[in-house]
Each structure stands twice: as structure tokens, then as C-alpha cells.
Design a protein around this ligand. Structure first.
Ligand code: NDP
Length: 240
């Protein structure tokens, strides 16, 4: 029997890309979404629809979901992974950076949930996996808004998990610590980027995106009556 459709936002790099490869190895058809659609296509995965999507734009996401479901059937698993992290002190940060993080990390996730949850409840089946962060458990300097968005991911997920549970729909939060991806490069404050490099050396390296993809796949592959509510994983030597 063919396996059901898995949809992943932010699949053009890092954790999303590794997750796409992991589900593909398991034989799932995929709906991959990101703004850099060429990078999705270069993954060269079989049974894969690659769509140019900005998750902050509900219509763009809706059109991709409709195309994916028309081609491969209903989405059985949505991984809300697209995210941005722009670090700075609150009194120095441009409010545009705040808006971007809130829009992508919170509203983008909500847009994804809005488009799949109703169908999952009607079918009495489905899994939504939202990517938070250790920053969603522990706030700190330079992290005010990023951390706030990741706390929001956990709060929203837990409320919706309780709403969806009676319908056999699972909602999971994955909270990684430091992972070696492009995420850290988007910060505009140079000293903070350099700080991460020193941290990495001290830790003997960050997690690989495939480590997080493994946790996502583990969650999904549990029997349907098992909901992994939350996984927190970080490099062993990461202290905070
Ligand atoms: P990357 O920067 O490698 O990946 C981020 C992905 O999000 C890219 O594929 C990017 O695609 C996509 N994205 C960003 N903005 C949008 C948008 N508006 N619409 C659609 N897609 C978008 O970083 P990671 O793999 O590390 O990040 C994945 C998730 O993991 C994020 O939610 C992040 O917060 C979380 N995380 C990461 C940690 C880390 O240390 N790396 C730690 C904890 C959590 P494109 O630019 O092509 O649109």
C-alpha cells in the first residue's frame, strides 16, 4: 500500500531538508515548500511536489496544499518547520526583524495548521509536528522576540493538541538546541554570529540536521495511539 503524503515547510535547507530526505527514504510522497523552490528541486527526491511558498502568505500556502493533495491524497503529516532567527538586544533591534520572526515563526505555523487541521479531524487521522526550540523553554539576552515566538509555538501546540486529541489527531513539538544550519547566519549582528562559532568549538560541534530529522521521524512512526507530545534534544555539551 502506498504511504500517505507528508508536507514540510522550510524544506530548502537545514532541518527541513534533512526531514524531507528522511521521509523520502521511508517511501512517503512529499509536498515540499519554501521560497527558494530551486533548492527544493535540486534535492531530486521521488514522488515530490516542490512548491514556491511564503508561509506568511495564506493564499500561497493554500494553493500548494491543494496541489499536493490533488496529486497525492490528503496530508497525513505536516511539519511546520519554516523559521527565522534574528538575534539582537531589544533596544537595538529593528522592529521589522521582530515582525518577520512573528510572521514566519508564529503566523506561518498557524497558517499551516489552519489548512490541514479541519481535514485531519474529519478523517480522524493526522499528525502535526511543530518546530520550537530550546529557546522556547529558556529565554535569554538577544533572544527576546525569537524566544517569544518559540514559546508561542509550544503554547499554541499544546492547546491545539488537547482540542485535536479526541479526534485521534496528534500534535507534537520538537525543541532542538543548537543545530548546524543556515539559521545562525541570518542574524545581522556580527559579534553574535562570531559568538556562535566560539560556542560551537567549545561544544565540539552542534547537532546535525539529520539528528533532528530522526526525532521527527520517530515521532511520526509511533503507533497511532501514541502521541509524542514533546521532544527536547541538544548537543550533550550545550549547557543552557
Ligand atoms: P535554515 O535557515 O536552514 O532553514 C529555515 C527554513 O525556513 C528554510 O528552508 C527557509 O526557506 C524557510 N523559510 C524561512 N522563511 C520562510 C518563509 N517566509 N516562507 C517559507 N519558508 C521560509 O534553519 P533551520 O533548519 O535551523 O531551521 C528550521 C527550524 O528549526 C526553524 O523553525 C528554527 O527556528 C528551528 N530551530 C533551529 C535551531 C538551530 O540551531 N538551527 C535550533 C532550534 C530550532 P526559504 O529561505 O527558501 O524560504
Amino acid at each position: 500500500m502506498s504511504k500517505p503524503l507528508v508536507a514540510i515547510t522550510g524544506a530548502s535547507s537545514g532541518i527541513g531538508e534533512a526531514t524531507a530526505r528522511a521521509f523520502s527514504r521511508e517511501g512517503h510522497p512529499l509536498l515540499l515548500m519554501a521560497r527558494r523552490v530551486e533548492r527544493l528541486k535540486t534535492l531530486g527526491l521521488p514522488d515530490c511536489l516542490c512548491e514556491k511558498v511564503d508561509v506568511t502568505n495564506l493564499e500561497s500556502l493554500k494553493s500548494a496544499v491543494e496541489k499536493g493533495e490533488e496529486k497525492f491524497g490528503p496530508i497525513d503529516c505536516l511539519v511546520n518547520n519554516a523559521g527565522v532567527m534574528l538575534l539582537s538586544k531589544a533596544h537595538l533591534q529593528d522592529t521589522g526583524e521582530w515582525e518577520r520572526m512573528l510572521d514566519v515563526n508564529v503566523k506561518g505555523m498557524l497558517n499551516g495548521i489552519h489548512l490541514v487541521l479541519k481535514g485531519m479531524i474529519e478523517r480522524q487521522a493526522g499528525t502535526i509536528i511543530n518546530i520550537s526550540s530550546v529557546a522556547g523553554l529558556k529565554p535569554g539576552p538577544n533572544l527576546a522576540v525569537y524566544s517569544g515566538t518559540k514559546f508561542a509555538v509550544r503554547a499554541i501546540s499544546e492547546s491545539i493538541r488537547e482540542e485535536a486529541a479526541p479526534h485521534d489527531v496528534r500534535v507534537t513539538v520538537i525543541s532542538p538546541g543548537l543545530v548546524e544550519t543556515e539559521l545562525l547566519e541570518h542574524t545581522t549582528v556580527r559579534e553574535l554570529k562570531e559568538g556562535f562559532e566560539n560556542l560551537k568549538e567549545g561544544m565540539g560541534g552542534f547537532l546535525e540536521p539529520s539528528d533532528v530529522a530522526g526525532a521527527i521521524l520517530y515521532t511520526y512512526k509511533q503507533p497511532r495511539n501514541v502521541c509524542v507530545r514533546e521532544i527536547v534534544l541538544a548537543p550533550t555539551r550545550q549547557l543552557r
